[in-house]
Design a protein around this ligand. Structure first.
Ligand SMILES: [Ca+2]
Length: 358
């Protein structure tokens, strides 16, 4: 729980809670004192709330998974669920716009321009990461743009509080409970205070919005300072994203895919993500596909239906969709990466050729 100590006028109960929260934590075992009503009569102690019972079970599970008691005390004592949060607007937009419109919104002109600037600013770092993990720089920068607009607003919520709220009263409670347990383990392993573990309303953390289990499995300490800091170390954040993509099967010599023109009288039944054919075979089917790489396998998709745009997508597109299962997200990453690669001039990484260390 975040312990605010603002000197503002508050309802008496809230003030009492704040004073309690700001008081020193007792170092001895707490005694159970009887409740006394306004007439001085001893009353029965109030039964624990449903949330307190839930929290107790969670604490036991975290202990069983090896999280130290003092870490749990710091993170969970006094914790309360916060009012339900509203689904962010961009999530609603994904369902109200066509895929093409949504992709253009995600891969906006502003993000492209800022992406070019970031590629220049972090040129050497991006080259080192590209060589270490085999992920082209423009994809990392495109992901960075679309996940967090280069780190804007990534620290709005306390992750423990946000995840406890979702796990206790939100949708997908089992998923969020698992994430909450992973977040508690992060506090222990990284020796962080709960108030410093910041993220989104859904517990997504840092520049690339890693959920706690993703952080646990893929985050790396690229700058070697002993901490996997995806919040304020751009080195660790970018390398952690590359680490994820590399382990999810990224191929450094593949494009994500291409927009393709559909010839007249094309067999629409071939537009199926489960159908994978070589580029050579797609060419024989009548699609104008890029030259070279005839053996590369790809699928044909029509994200907005047969009347909309058509794309051939490779295994790297599937890898981006392992990151985020939204087709529009993957198309936005791919198209923004293409644009960055094309415009970045001397920074360009031709497919299959990683930049050399100067
Ligand atoms: Ca580090």
């Amino acid at each position: 729980m975040i312990k605010f100590c603002y000197p503002v006028t508050l309802p008496a109960m809230a003030l009492l809670l704040l004073l309690t929260a700001c008081a020193p934590v007792p170092q001895v075992a707490e005694q159970v004192l009887p409740n006394i009503d306004q007439n001085g009569q001893i009353t029965e102690p109030e039964p624990p709330s449903e949330f307190q019972i839930w929290l107790k079970e969670l604490r036991q599970d975290a202990l069983a998974q090896g999280v130290r008691p003092e870490v749990l005390q710091e993170a969970l004592d006094g914790l309360q669920p916060t009012p339900a949060v509203v689904t962010p607007r961009h999530k609603q937009a994904e369902f109200s716009l066509t895929k093409d419109e949504y992709v253009r919104r995600l891969a906006s002109e502003h993000r492209f321009q800022e992406g070019l600037r970031q590629m220049t600013q972090h040129r050497l770092l991006l080259q080192q990461i590209a060589q270490s993990y085999g992920v082209q720089s423009e994809y990392l920068v495109a992901l960075w743009a679309i996940e967090s607009d280069f780190g804007k607003g990534i620290n709005r919520f306390g992750v423990i509080e946000a995840l406890a709220t979702q796990a206790y009263q939100g949708q997908r409670q089992a998923f969020f409970r698992k994430q909450l347990l992973a977040a508690l383990a992060i506090l222990d392993q990284e020796q962080m205070r709960s108030q410093d573990l910041r993220g989104s309303w859904a517990g997504a953390m840092g520049h690339f919005q890693f959920i706690p289990t993703t952080y646990r499995d893929y985050a790396v300490d690229f700058n070697g300072d002993g901490h996997r800091n995806i919040w304020t170390d751009v080195e660790d954040a970018l390398a952690s994203a590359a680490s994820y993509l590399a382990r999810a099967g990224w191929q450094k010599d593949q494009a994500w895919g291409w927009q393709v023109e559909r010839p007249e009288h094309f067999d629409l039944s071939l537009a199926d993500p489960d159908i994978r054919k070589s580029l050579g075979d797609w060419r024989k089917s009548g699609l104008a596909v890029p030259s070279g790489s005839d053996d590369l396998m790809a699928s044909l998709i029509f994200p907005d239906g047969p009347e909309g745009l058509a794309f051939l997508v490779t295994g790297n597109f599937r890898t981006i969709m392992r990151w985020n299962r939204s087709v529009a997200f993957a198309l936005a990453v791919g198209t923004l990466a293409d644009r960055l690669k094309k415009e970045a001039g001397s920074f360009q990484n031709p497919p299959g050729i990683l930049p050399e260390t100067p």
